[in-house]
Design a protein around this ligand. Structure first.
Ligand code: NAD
Ligand code: DAU
Length: 332
Protein backbone atom coordinates (compact mmCIF):
# COMPACT_ATOMS: atom_id res chain seq x y z
CA UNK A 1 0.00 0.00 0.00
CA UNK A 2 1.34 3.45 -0.93
CA UNK A 3 -0.38 6.40 0.69
CA UNK A 4 -0.07 10.18 0.65
CA UNK A 5 -0.59 12.05 3.91
CA UNK A 6 -1.23 15.74 3.31
CA UNK A 7 -0.29 17.94 6.28
CA UNK A 8 1.85 15.07 7.57
CA UNK A 9 4.37 17.46 9.15
CA UNK A 10 1.70 19.06 11.36
CA UNK A 11 0.45 17.97 14.78
CA UNK A 12 -2.14 15.30 13.95
CA UNK A 13 -0.86 14.37 10.49
CA UNK A 14 2.62 13.57 11.82
CA UNK A 15 1.12 11.46 14.60
CA UNK A 16 -0.73 9.49 11.90
CA UNK A 17 2.49 9.06 9.90
CA UNK A 18 4.28 7.63 12.95
CA UNK A 19 1.27 5.47 13.78
CA UNK A 20 1.03 3.95 10.28
CA UNK A 21 4.84 3.55 10.16
CA UNK A 22 4.61 1.39 13.31
CA UNK A 23 1.38 -0.45 12.56
CA UNK A 24 1.81 -1.12 8.81
CA UNK A 25 5.53 -1.79 8.25
CA UNK A 26 5.03 -2.71 4.58
CA UNK A 27 3.35 0.58 3.63
CA UNK A 28 5.10 3.51 1.96
CA UNK A 29 4.08 7.01 3.05
CA UNK A 30 4.52 10.21 1.05
CA UNK A 31 4.02 13.31 3.16
CA UNK A 32 2.83 16.32 1.15
CA UNK A 33 3.24 19.42 3.28
CA UNK A 34 3.82 23.10 2.54
CA UNK A 35 5.70 23.49 5.85
CA UNK A 36 3.74 26.57 6.89
CA UNK A 37 4.32 28.02 10.38
CA UNK A 38 2.43 24.93 11.65
CA UNK A 39 4.51 22.33 9.82
CA UNK A 40 7.80 21.07 11.20
CA UNK A 41 10.22 18.60 9.61
CA UNK A 42 11.35 17.61 13.09
CA UNK A 43 7.93 16.00 13.62
CA UNK A 44 9.07 13.29 11.20
CA UNK A 45 12.48 12.68 12.78
CA UNK A 46 13.53 9.07 13.21
CA UNK A 47 11.59 7.69 10.22
CA UNK A 48 13.42 5.62 7.61
CA UNK A 49 13.54 7.70 4.38
CA UNK A 50 13.07 4.54 2.31
CA UNK A 51 9.60 4.21 3.88
CA UNK A 52 8.62 7.87 4.33
CA UNK A 53 9.21 10.57 1.72
CA UNK A 54 8.62 14.24 2.51
CA UNK A 55 7.52 16.33 -0.47
CA UNK A 56 7.53 20.02 0.36
CA UNK A 57 4.66 21.43 -1.67
CA UNK A 58 1.22 22.96 -1.66
CA UNK A 59 -2.05 21.05 -1.95
CA UNK A 60 -3.27 23.80 -4.30
CA UNK A 61 -0.53 22.85 -6.81
CA UNK A 62 -2.63 20.72 -9.17
CA UNK A 63 0.31 19.35 -11.21
CA UNK A 64 2.12 18.20 -8.09
CA UNK A 65 -1.03 16.73 -6.53
CA UNK A 66 -1.95 14.94 -9.78
CA UNK A 67 1.54 13.41 -10.07
CA UNK A 68 1.54 12.17 -6.50
CA UNK A 69 -2.03 10.87 -6.60
CA UNK A 70 -1.34 8.98 -9.85
CA UNK A 71 1.59 7.16 -8.16
CA UNK A 72 -0.19 6.20 -4.91
CA UNK A 73 -3.12 4.02 -3.81
CA UNK A 74 -4.79 6.38 -1.35
CA UNK A 75 -4.60 9.88 0.09
CA UNK A 76 -5.35 10.85 3.68
CA UNK A 77 -6.01 14.56 3.71
CA UNK A 78 -5.05 16.40 6.92
CA UNK A 79 -3.53 19.59 5.47
CA UNK A 80 -5.45 22.66 6.57
CA UNK A 81 -5.23 26.02 8.21
CA UNK A 82 -6.41 24.79 11.59
CA UNK A 83 -6.57 27.59 14.18
CA UNK A 84 -9.78 29.51 14.87
CA UNK A 85 -8.06 32.62 16.27
CA UNK A 86 -5.94 32.95 13.12
CA UNK A 87 -9.05 32.64 10.96
CA UNK A 88 -10.60 35.58 12.81
CA UNK A 89 -7.47 37.64 12.18
CA UNK A 90 -7.01 36.71 8.49
CA UNK A 91 -9.50 34.32 6.87
CA UNK A 92 -7.97 34.26 3.37
CA UNK A 93 -5.46 31.39 3.84
CA UNK A 94 -8.32 29.31 5.25
CA UNK A 95 -10.40 29.79 2.10
CA UNK A 96 -7.36 28.97 -0.05
CA UNK A 97 -6.04 25.87 1.68
CA UNK A 98 -9.22 24.40 3.13
CA UNK A 99 -11.48 24.99 0.12
CA UNK A 100 -9.27 25.27 -2.96
CA UNK A 101 -6.75 22.76 -1.58
CA UNK A 102 -9.48 20.17 -0.97
CA UNK A 103 -10.99 20.88 -4.40
CA UNK A 104 -7.56 20.25 -5.99
CA UNK A 105 -7.28 16.90 -4.20
CA UNK A 106 -10.82 15.90 -5.15
CA UNK A 107 -10.15 16.58 -8.82
CA UNK A 108 -7.00 14.46 -8.66
CA UNK A 109 -8.70 11.46 -7.01
CA UNK A 110 -11.55 11.79 -9.49
CA UNK A 111 -9.13 11.76 -12.42
CA UNK A 112 -7.12 8.76 -11.22
CA UNK A 113 -9.87 6.82 -9.40
CA UNK A 114 -7.98 6.74 -6.08
CA UNK A 115 -9.26 6.35 -2.51
CA UNK A 116 -9.53 9.51 -0.36
CA UNK A 117 -10.02 9.90 3.36
CA UNK A 118 -10.86 13.49 4.28
CA UNK A 119 -10.08 14.69 7.80
CA UNK A 120 -12.51 17.14 9.32
CA UNK A 121 -13.73 18.54 12.58
CA UNK A 122 -16.75 18.48 14.87
CA UNK A 123 -16.84 22.29 14.57
CA UNK A 124 -18.75 21.97 11.29
CA UNK A 125 -21.84 21.26 13.43
CA UNK A 126 -21.65 24.57 15.29
CA UNK A 127 -22.01 24.42 19.07
CA UNK A 128 -24.27 22.95 21.76
CA UNK A 129 -25.77 24.51 24.87
CA UNK A 130 -24.07 23.39 28.08
CA UNK A 131 -27.21 21.50 29.18
CA UNK A 132 -28.14 20.02 25.79
CA UNK A 133 -28.65 16.26 26.32
CA UNK A 134 -27.75 15.57 22.67
CA UNK A 135 -24.29 15.16 21.17
CA UNK A 136 -23.24 15.59 17.54
CA UNK A 137 -23.94 12.59 15.29
CA UNK A 138 -23.33 11.91 11.60
CA UNK A 139 -26.79 13.32 10.81
CA UNK A 140 -26.49 16.61 12.73
CA UNK A 141 -27.05 19.59 10.41
CA UNK A 142 -24.02 21.70 9.47
CA UNK A 143 -23.97 25.07 11.24
CA UNK A 144 -20.36 26.34 11.45
CA UNK A 145 -19.52 29.55 13.31
CA UNK A 146 -16.02 30.76 12.42
CA UNK A 147 -14.11 31.31 9.18
CA UNK A 148 -12.08 28.19 10.09
CA UNK A 149 -15.06 25.93 10.71
CA UNK A 150 -17.01 27.28 7.74
CA UNK A 151 -14.13 26.51 5.38
CA UNK A 152 -13.85 23.01 6.87
CA UNK A 153 -17.61 22.62 6.41
CA UNK A 154 -17.21 23.81 2.82
CA UNK A 155 -14.48 21.24 2.24
CA UNK A 156 -16.69 18.44 3.64
CA UNK A 157 -19.55 19.49 1.38
CA UNK A 158 -17.25 19.40 -1.64
CA UNK A 159 -16.23 15.86 -0.71
CA UNK A 160 -19.89 14.84 -0.31
CA UNK A 161 -20.73 16.37 -3.69
CA UNK A 162 -17.79 14.63 -5.43
CA UNK A 163 -18.92 11.32 -3.90
CA UNK A 164 -22.47 11.73 -5.12
CA UNK A 165 -21.87 13.42 -8.45
CA UNK A 166 -18.68 11.70 -9.61
CA UNK A 167 -18.58 8.49 -7.54
CA UNK A 168 -15.32 9.47 -5.88
CA UNK A 169 -14.19 6.73 -3.42
CA UNK A 170 -14.07 8.87 -0.29
CA UNK A 171 -14.81 8.73 3.42
CA UNK A 172 -14.96 11.66 5.86
CA UNK A 173 -14.23 11.81 9.59
CA UNK A 174 -15.14 14.63 11.96
CA UNK A 175 -13.11 14.54 15.14
CA UNK A 176 -13.26 16.47 18.41
CA UNK A 177 -10.42 18.46 20.03
CA UNK A 178 -7.08 16.64 19.96
CA UNK A 179 -4.34 16.86 22.57
CA UNK A 180 -0.92 15.25 22.90
CA UNK A 181 2.75 15.87 22.06
CA UNK A 182 3.83 18.02 19.07
CA UNK A 183 0.80 20.34 19.18
CA UNK A 184 1.62 23.93 18.19
CA UNK A 185 1.81 26.32 21.15
CA UNK A 186 -0.93 28.50 19.64
CA UNK A 187 -3.49 25.88 20.74
CA UNK A 188 -5.15 25.95 24.17
CA UNK A 189 -3.43 23.12 26.08
CA UNK A 190 0.17 23.65 24.86
CA UNK A 191 -0.22 27.40 25.21
CA UNK A 192 -1.13 27.13 28.87
CA UNK A 193 1.53 24.49 29.65
CA UNK A 194 4.27 26.56 28.03
CA UNK A 195 3.06 29.80 29.64
CA UNK A 196 3.53 28.17 33.05
CA UNK A 197 6.89 26.66 32.01
CA UNK A 198 8.04 30.17 30.99
CA UNK A 199 6.96 31.59 34.35
CA UNK A 200 3.77 33.31 33.19
CA UNK A 201 0.08 32.74 33.96
CA UNK A 202 -2.38 30.79 31.75
CA UNK A 203 -4.90 32.83 29.75
CA UNK A 204 -8.53 31.80 29.88
CA UNK A 205 -10.93 33.26 27.30
CA UNK A 206 -14.01 34.73 29.00
CA UNK A 207 -15.22 32.83 32.04
CA UNK A 208 -13.77 29.49 30.90
CA UNK A 209 -17.13 27.71 30.87
CA UNK A 210 -16.71 26.55 27.26
CA UNK A 211 -16.54 22.78 26.92
CA UNK A 212 -14.34 20.81 24.54
CA UNK A 213 -14.49 17.02 24.01
CA UNK A 214 -10.83 16.00 24.30
CA UNK A 215 -9.39 13.01 22.45
CA UNK A 216 -5.75 11.94 22.42
CA UNK A 217 -4.18 12.35 18.99
CA UNK A 218 -3.04 8.69 19.03
CA UNK A 219 -6.70 7.65 19.27
CA UNK A 220 -7.52 9.95 16.34
CA UNK A 221 -4.83 8.15 14.32
CA UNK A 222 -6.11 4.66 15.18
CA UNK A 223 -9.62 5.76 14.21
CA UNK A 224 -8.47 7.13 10.85
CA UNK A 225 -6.54 3.96 9.99
CA UNK A 226 -9.64 1.92 10.92
CA UNK A 227 -11.81 4.04 8.59
CA UNK A 228 -9.24 3.93 5.78
CA UNK A 229 -9.16 0.13 5.92
CA UNK A 230 -12.70 -0.80 6.97
CA UNK A 231 -14.83 2.28 6.31
CA UNK A 232 -17.65 2.16 3.80
CA UNK A 233 -16.98 4.45 0.84
CA UNK A 234 -19.28 7.46 0.83
CA UNK A 235 -19.78 7.38 4.61
CA UNK A 236 -18.97 9.88 7.37
CA UNK A 237 -17.71 8.78 10.81
CA UNK A 238 -17.49 10.88 13.98
CA UNK A 239 -14.42 10.39 16.19
CA UNK A 240 -14.49 11.14 19.91
CA UNK A 241 -13.64 9.56 23.26
CA UNK A 242 -16.26 11.01 25.65
CA UNK A 243 -13.72 13.52 26.98
CA UNK A 244 -15.85 16.59 27.75
CA UNK A 245 -14.13 19.13 30.02
CA UNK A 246 -14.66 22.84 30.57
CA UNK A 247 -11.67 25.08 29.87
CA UNK A 248 -11.41 26.32 33.47
CA UNK A 249 -11.02 22.73 34.77
CA UNK A 250 -8.32 22.01 32.19
CA UNK A 251 -6.34 25.12 33.15
CA UNK A 252 -6.65 24.24 36.84
CA UNK A 253 -5.40 20.72 36.17
CA UNK A 254 -2.41 22.03 34.21
CA UNK A 255 -1.55 24.42 37.04
CA UNK A 256 -1.79 21.87 39.85
CA UNK A 257 0.12 19.26 37.82
CA UNK A 258 2.92 21.82 37.44
CA UNK A 259 2.90 22.52 41.20
CA UNK A 260 1.08 25.89 41.05
CA UNK A 261 -2.05 27.17 42.75
CA UNK A 262 -5.18 26.15 40.82
CA UNK A 263 -6.36 29.76 40.49
CA UNK A 264 -3.05 31.22 39.22
CA UNK A 265 -4.49 32.13 35.79
CA UNK A 266 -5.83 35.29 34.10
CA UNK A 267 -9.09 35.91 32.28
CA UNK A 268 -8.46 37.56 28.90
CA UNK A 269 -10.64 38.91 26.09
CA UNK A 270 -13.02 36.25 24.84
CA UNK A 271 -12.82 34.89 21.28
CA UNK A 272 -15.47 36.58 19.07
CA UNK A 273 -18.29 34.12 18.28
CA UNK A 274 -16.73 31.59 20.70
CA UNK A 275 -18.47 28.19 20.41
CA UNK A 276 -19.79 27.09 23.80
CA UNK A 277 -19.64 23.31 23.65
CA UNK A 278 -18.73 20.43 21.37
CA UNK A 279 -19.65 16.81 22.13
CA UNK A 280 -19.27 13.75 19.90
CA UNK A 281 -21.36 10.60 19.74
CA UNK A 282 -18.98 8.07 18.16
CA UNK A 283 -21.39 5.10 18.33
CA UNK A 284 -21.31 4.52 14.56
CA UNK A 285 -17.51 4.17 14.43
CA UNK A 286 -17.48 1.94 17.51
CA UNK A 287 -20.35 -0.37 16.56
CA UNK A 288 -19.89 -0.58 12.79
CA UNK A 289 -16.08 -0.60 12.56
CA UNK A 290 -15.15 -1.86 16.06
CA UNK A 291 -12.94 1.12 17.00
CA UNK A 292 -12.23 1.91 20.66
CA UNK A 293 -10.06 4.69 22.13
CA UNK A 294 -7.10 3.69 24.32
CA UNK A 295 -6.61 7.00 26.14
CA UNK A 296 -9.82 7.08 28.17
CA UNK A 297 -8.29 8.80 31.22
CA UNK A 298 -7.84 12.49 30.28
CA UNK A 299 -5.91 13.28 33.47
CA UNK A 300 -3.21 10.70 32.70
CA UNK A 301 -3.03 11.74 29.03
CA UNK A 302 -2.70 15.39 30.05
CA UNK A 303 0.05 14.61 32.60
CA UNK A 304 2.02 12.74 29.91
CA UNK A 305 1.54 15.67 27.53
CA UNK A 306 2.74 18.16 30.16
CA UNK A 307 5.79 15.96 30.73
CA UNK A 308 6.51 15.93 26.98
CA UNK A 309 6.50 19.77 26.85
CA UNK A 310 8.75 19.86 29.93
CA UNK A 311 11.23 17.52 28.22
CA UNK A 312 11.15 19.15 24.77
CA UNK A 313 11.71 22.91 25.03
CA UNK A 314 13.92 22.78 21.91
CA UNK A 315 10.84 21.77 19.93
CA UNK A 316 8.41 24.46 21.19
CA UNK A 317 10.61 27.43 22.17
CA UNK A 318 11.18 28.57 18.55
CA UNK A 319 7.36 28.98 18.09
CA UNK A 320 6.64 30.61 21.41
CA UNK A 321 7.65 34.29 21.26
CA UNK A 322 6.02 34.93 17.88
CA UNK A 323 2.82 33.19 18.95
CA UNK A 324 2.53 35.21 22.15
CA UNK A 325 3.27 38.48 20.31
CA UNK A 326 0.33 37.71 18.02
CA UNK A 327 -1.96 36.98 20.96
CA UNK A 328 -0.83 40.13 22.75
CA UNK A 329 -1.79 42.23 19.72
CA UNK A 330 -5.31 40.74 20.01
CA UNK A 331 -5.43 41.32 23.81
CA UNK A 332 -5.54 37.57 24.28
P1 NAD B 1 -1.73 21.82 12.13
O1 NAD B 1 -2.03 23.27 11.92
O2 NAD B 1 -0.89 21.41 13.28
O3 NAD B 1 -1.03 21.21 10.82
C1 NAD B 1 -1.46 21.53 9.53
C2 NAD B 1 -0.40 21.02 8.55
O4 NAD B 1 -0.87 21.29 7.22
C3 NAD B 1 0.95 21.71 8.71
O5 NAD B 1 2.00 20.77 8.63
C4 NAD B 1 1.00 22.67 7.52
O6 NAD B 1 2.32 22.93 7.07
C5 NAD B 1 0.19 21.90 6.49
N1 NAD B 1 -0.41 22.79 5.48
C6 NAD B 1 -1.15 23.92 5.70
N2 NAD B 1 -1.51 24.47 4.54
C7 NAD B 1 -1.02 23.66 3.56
C8 NAD B 1 -1.09 23.69 2.14
N3 NAD B 1 -1.75 24.67 1.49
N4 NAD B 1 -0.50 22.70 1.45
C9 NAD B 1 0.16 21.70 2.09
N5 NAD B 1 0.28 21.63 3.43
C10 NAD B 1 -0.32 22.59 4.15
O7 NAD B 1 -3.16 21.11 12.14
P2 NAD B 1 -3.68 19.90 13.04
O8 NAD B 1 -4.15 20.41 14.32
O9 NAD B 1 -2.68 18.82 12.99
O10 NAD B 1 -4.97 19.50 12.19
C11 NAD B 1 -4.85 18.60 11.09
C12 NAD B 1 -6.21 18.35 10.49
O11 NAD B 1 -7.09 17.82 11.48
C13 NAD B 1 -6.91 19.59 9.96
O12 NAD B 1 -7.60 19.23 8.77
C14 NAD B 1 -7.89 19.97 11.05
O13 NAD B 1 -9.00 20.66 10.52
C15 NAD B 1 -8.27 18.59 11.56
N6 NAD B 1 -8.72 18.54 12.97
C16 NAD B 1 -7.96 19.08 13.95
C17 NAD B 1 -8.35 18.95 15.28
C18 NAD B 1 -7.51 19.51 16.41
O14 NAD B 1 -7.91 19.42 17.56
N7 NAD B 1 -6.35 20.09 16.16
C19 NAD B 1 -9.53 18.26 15.58
C20 NAD B 1 -10.30 17.74 14.54
C21 NAD B 1 -9.87 17.86 13.23
O1 DAU C 1 -13.08 20.67 17.83
C1 DAU C 1 -12.03 20.43 16.95
C2 DAU C 1 -11.21 21.68 16.76
O2 DAU C 1 -10.46 21.86 17.97
C3 DAU C 1 -10.29 21.61 15.56
O3 DAU C 1 -11.06 21.56 14.40
C4 DAU C 1 -9.35 22.82 15.50
O4 DAU C 1 -8.41 22.65 14.46
C5 DAU C 1 -8.62 22.94 16.82
O5 DAU C 1 -7.82 24.10 16.83
C6 DAU C 1 -9.61 22.98 17.98
O6 DAU C 1 -10.39 24.19 17.94
P1 DAU C 1 -10.69 25.04 19.29
O7 DAU C 1 -10.96 26.42 18.87
O8 DAU C 1 -11.66 24.32 20.14
O9 DAU C 1 -9.23 24.87 19.99
P2 DAU C 1 -8.28 25.91 20.75
O10 DAU C 1 -7.12 25.10 21.24
O11 DAU C 1 -8.00 27.11 19.96
O12 DAU C 1 -9.17 26.34 21.99
C7 DAU C 1 -9.76 25.38 22.86
C8 DAU C 1 -10.64 26.14 23.85
O13 DAU C 1 -9.81 26.93 24.71
C9 DAU C 1 -11.60 27.13 23.20
O14 DAU C 1 -12.79 27.14 23.95
C10 DAU C 1 -10.89 28.48 23.31
C11 DAU C 1 -10.13 28.34 24.62
N1 DAU C 1 -8.85 29.07 24.74
C12 DAU C 1 -7.94 28.96 23.73
C13 DAU C 1 -6.72 29.58 23.84
C14 DAU C 1 -5.69 29.49 22.74
C15 DAU C 1 -8.57 29.77 25.91
O15 DAU C 1 -9.40 29.86 26.84
N2 DAU C 1 -7.36 30.38 26.02
C16 DAU C 1 -6.42 30.32 25.03
O16 DAU C 1 -5.31 30.89 25.20
Amino acid sequence: MKIIVTGGAGFIGSNFVHYVYRERPDWHITVLDALTYAGNKANLDGLDPSRVTLVEGNIMDADLVNNLVSENDAIVHYAAESHNDNSLDNPRPFVDTNIIGTYTILEAVRKFGKRLHHISTDEVYGDLELDDPHKFTETTAYNPSSPYSSTKAGSDLLVRAWIRSFGVKATISNCSNNYGPYQHVEKFIPRQITEVLEGRRPKLYGEGKNVRDWVHTEDHSSAVLTILEKGVEGETYLIGADGEKDNKSVVELILTTLGKEADAYDHVTDRPGHDMRYAIDSTKLRTQLGWEPKYTDFETGLKDTIEWYKQNPDWWKPQKAETEAKYKAQAQ
